[in-house]
Design a protein around this ligand. Structure first.
Ligand code: ADP
Ligand code: TRP
Length: 332
């Protein structure tokens, strides 16, 4: 067992880089909510603004996106009374520990990261922050004695980096004075296989970068526009008149048993099926959309209070671990 409450420790992060969409929700945020409400974990949910700084290099935009993400978290039901909601840059131990890790992590090892390899394959100019991304993420995770890290498949490698870095640190500094056998606990990723990848309206992975999203807090009009834009080519006779992309998104909102009669009765009638999908998405989004509208009315106050409380708690929690690491390396 992990801490005073006897519960396992869970931490995850989201970058404030744009408007949340239903792929983010079903791929990550919903799990945060379920795990928080299970009562089985001591939960930390972090807004990874320093990671986002690799992409968002404009102060107004950074403020806005951070604020939006706090509101999104609260609107879906993450609850500061049940989980610590905080911002990475408010807890300077993250960057401090990342520097310590930088001194034991090698360049060839970081060059094997998927994100780095993809950027290089595209001949992009890669900043040091992007190259070091996995090191900061390891610090995020290891500072909290984290047991589990719920993430999408695309982040699995980063959790493996955190494990490797913990093991290497523990090995190098195992004989240091004042340190027990290990400084860092090895975290496990928690990948939810059945959510896998949510498709966008064009059938590719739903992503802000592809412009193929259904926003998580979309209005009825926005939902209608997005759903009417779902590409239906793949639903020809070879698929029994079932539009694959419509069905793949619909599955997120209704069970396959519920959908079967609807799709049977409407083979080839794409418009009817899309209208049914609009209804089901709207029924799901409406309550959280309305909650968010309420939160927006007092946004400044809500956001600053949430982040101030989260920062206070997170800073307190990480002190002992940071000190242990600093002792292990001999700077204190
Ligand atoms: P985007 O691709 O829109 O930029 P991010 O990379 O910011 O999304 O992802 C934030 C979180 O949402 C990650 O945990 C990621 O695994 C999850 N996620 C994003 N898109 C999808 C998707 N289409 N299906 C499932 N999960 C997703
Ligand atoms: N890299 C994660 C993403 O892009 C965000 C993140 C930053 C994170 N630090 C983390 C996730 C720590 C889990 C744990 O989605």
């Amino acid at each position: 067992m992990s801490n005073k409450t006897g519960k396992k420790i869970l931490l995850s992060g989201v970058k404030p880089t744009g408007q949340a969409h239903i792929g983010n929700y079903f791929g990550a945020m919903k799990q945060f909510l379920d795990l928080q409400n299970s009562g089985d974990y001591e939960c930390y949910f972090m807004i990874a603004d320093y990671h986002a700084l690799n992409l968002i290099q404009n102060a107004d935009e950074m403020h806005k996106l951070t604020q939006e993400l706090v509101l999104d978290f609260l609107a879906i039901g993450l609850d500061p009374k049940k989980a610590v909601l905080f911002k990475q840059s408010d807890v300077s131990a993250h960057t401090e520990l990342a520097w310590i890790f930088d001194t034991i992590v090698t360049m060839p090892y970081l060059m094997r990261a998927h994100a780095y390899k993809d950027a290089e394959a595209k001949n992009k100019e890669i900043n040091v922050g992007t190259f070091n991304y996995p090191v900061l993420m390891a610090a995020d995770i290891l500072l909290y004695n984290t047991d589990v890290v719920p993430v999408g498949q695309d982040q699995k490698q980063h959790v493996e980096y955190a494990r490797d870095i913990a093991e290497k640190f523990n090995f190098i500094f195992k004989d240091s004075a004042n340190v027990g056998a290990t400084t860092f606990k090895l975290p496990q990723p928690l990948i939810l296989e059945n959510v896998a990848t949510v498709p966008g309206i064009d059938g590719r992975k739903m992503s802000k970068s592809y412009n193929n999203t259904i926003p998580l807090f979309a209005t009825r009009e926005e939902i209608t526009k997005a759903v009417m834009g779902i590409v239906t080519d793949s639903g020809g006779p070879e698929n029994g008149g079932i539009p694959a992309n419509v069905y793949a998104i619909h599955k997120l909102f209704k069970s396959e048993a519920e959908l079967k009669p609807l799709y049977e009765a409407n083979k080839g009638k794409y418009k009817n099926l899309k209208e049914a999908l609009i209804e089901d998405i709207d029924a799901f989004i409406k309550p959280i959309r309305e909650k968010r509208v309420e939160l927006v009315k007092k946004a400044d106050k809500v956001v600053s209070k949430t982040l101030a409380e989260g920062a206070k708690c997170a800073n307190k929690i990480v002190q002992a671990k940071l000190e242990q690491a600093k002792r292990a390396v001999g700077v204190i």
